[in-house]
Design a binder for this molecule. Structure first.
Ligand code: GLV
Ligand code: MN
Ligand code: MN
Ligand code: MN
Length: 440
């Protein structure tokens, strides 16, 4: 027992694995030359395939049985003394944003692999099996539903919907085609029933500034805020910029601009968040008024009721903006011209999530064990601003998360950085959480 409590990860080896796997998908921007720091490992790309192959080979060499399901989720399982109950998993994702970093997702998977190495080095036999899972397309950056594959596993997203998802750019290939192309369209059903879990623990960088600001080392994550994603499509009319007076235009980009600004006003009024990260306009010519615009809208709040109220306001107010009404009450001297049509599609919704109290307790006792006497000053309970696969695993099995600080709270950016010491502490807490859960 005491021997188990004293198990710690090999810091250097953890960082080596993390940076080794970063050779696949190095690059700052879509189509640009590679850089030293950032990652661009879009889900189901050739780079993602290489990182997956590494995960499979490494975990098999450590004595794991690997299973690939119909969403390309990879489950690596190390047998226990008894195998009549499902494994306790560490999990996260190897895909990144198009302009992402080396820690978001990657830390959680490589720390899981390091956990397996520590167990093997010390000849530890766990009571029940222990596993590491790599979830497909967590980011939703290439195929635009985040956490889509854990969503299918949990029974929350239909398999067909996920398989038929088209990539954002250039928007032709589907998830199923790409899964098949890279050899990760598995034959095991993507479901909890086929691949059950006793529990799921996820180590992740915080992606926000709270831990760093307050000099804490570990975030004990109690839940995740709610969010919804929409696609807004505005149809106006393409016309000549030099010959069409302002009142005779149906300028889809002007309407979109008003909607985006208005979404921020609504977010401020509701103490919530609203963000647009994708904007496409057509035809894209200096001397043609754009008649067609599509943009993404992401709204978030810890409260489901707030997200619902924001949605209602957006649905009503965007129609008014398209019709030329001044919902901003600013009496701006900016003509709306002719009416336009707007269609708003809700693509994805994730309600506020509360993690399992036993798992939260497990993470905090693991943190006390790892951080030692001063642990009370180094721990912080928190709610995640970002979505994670743990949102979906928590619907089917006890789940919680471990956060570590990242520099200036920045993520989804090539400059994303987490200190070696903090990566290792987080990995130690992950290891201790999984071991403790196995014993209870
Ligand atoms: C998923 O990672 C999200 O928070 O968008
Ligand atoms: Mn992530
Ligand atoms: Mn991310
Ligand atoms: Mn995420």
């Amino acid at each position: 027992e005491d021997m188990l409590k004293s198990l710690r990860v090999n810091r250097g080896r953890l960082m080596e694995d993390l940076h080794y796997t970063s050779q696949w998908g190095t690059g700052a921007r879509w189509g640009e030359a590679p850089t030293e720091t950032g990652m661009s490992r879009l889900a189901l790309s050739d780079a993602d395939k290489k990182a997956r192959d590494w995960f499979v080979e490494t975990t098999q060499a450590l004595g794991c049985k690997t299973t690939v399901d119909a969403m390309g989720n990879i489950f690596a399982v190390r047998p226990g003394l008894r195998n009549d109950l499902p494994p306790t998993y560490a999990g996260s994702h190897l895909d990144t944003q198009p302009t992402g970093g080396r820690y978001d997702g990657v830390l959680g998977v490589t720390a899981g692999v390091e956990m397996l190495k520590v167990l093997a080095d010390n000849w530890v036999e766990t009571e029940y099996p222990v596993g590491v899972v790599n979830w497909t397309n967590e980011e939703g950056a290439r195929f635009p539903i985040s956490m889509v594959s854990s969503g299918v596993w949990a029974g929350s997203v239909p398999l067909e919907t996920a398989h038929n998802l088209k990539e954002v750019l250039p928007g032709t290939k589907t998830m199923k085609e790409e899964l098949r192309r890279i050899g990760y369209l598995g034959s095991t059903p993507a479901s909890y029933e086929a691949m059950p879990m006793a529990a799921h623990f996820e180590l992740h960088i915080e992606q926000g500034p709270l831990l760093e600001m307050s000099n804490k080392k570990i975030g004990v994550v109690k839940g995740v805020q709610a969010y919804k994603w929409f696609t807004v499509h505005i149809k106006g009319r393409d016309t000549h910029t030099g010959t069409t007076d302002l009142k005779s235009r149906a300028d889809a980009l002007l309407a979109a601009s008003k909607m985006i600004v208005h979404s921020h006003r609504l977010a401020t009024a509701h103490s919530a968040l609203a963000s647009t990260g994708i904007l496409n306009l057509s035809p894209g010519s200096t001397n043609t008024v754009p008649g067609d615009v599509t943009f993404s809208l992401d709204i978030r709040s810890p409260s489901d009721a707030t997200v619902t109220r924001m949605k209602q306001a957006i649905l009503e107010d965007f129609q008014k903006i398209a019709a030329g009404e001044d919902v901003m009450g600013s009496n701006e001297n900016c003509t709306s011209g002719l009416p336009l049509t707007v269609t708003i599609t809700e693509d994805f919704s994730s309600p506020a999530t509360l993690f399992d109290t036993d798992c939260i307790t497990t993470v905090s006792s693991a943190s006390h064990c790892v951080l030692g006497p001063n642990s009370n000053n180094l721990l912080m309970e928190m709610t995640s601003g970002a979505g994670h696969d743990s949102v979906y695993t928590s619907k089917r099995c006890p789940t919680s998360m471990i956060f570590v600080p990242c520099r200036e709270g920045v993520s989804h950016n090539p400059e994303e950085f987490c200190k070696e010491e903090d990566c290792a502490l987080g990995a130690d807490v992950l290891l201790q959480s999984v071991i403790r859960f196995d014993r209870v």
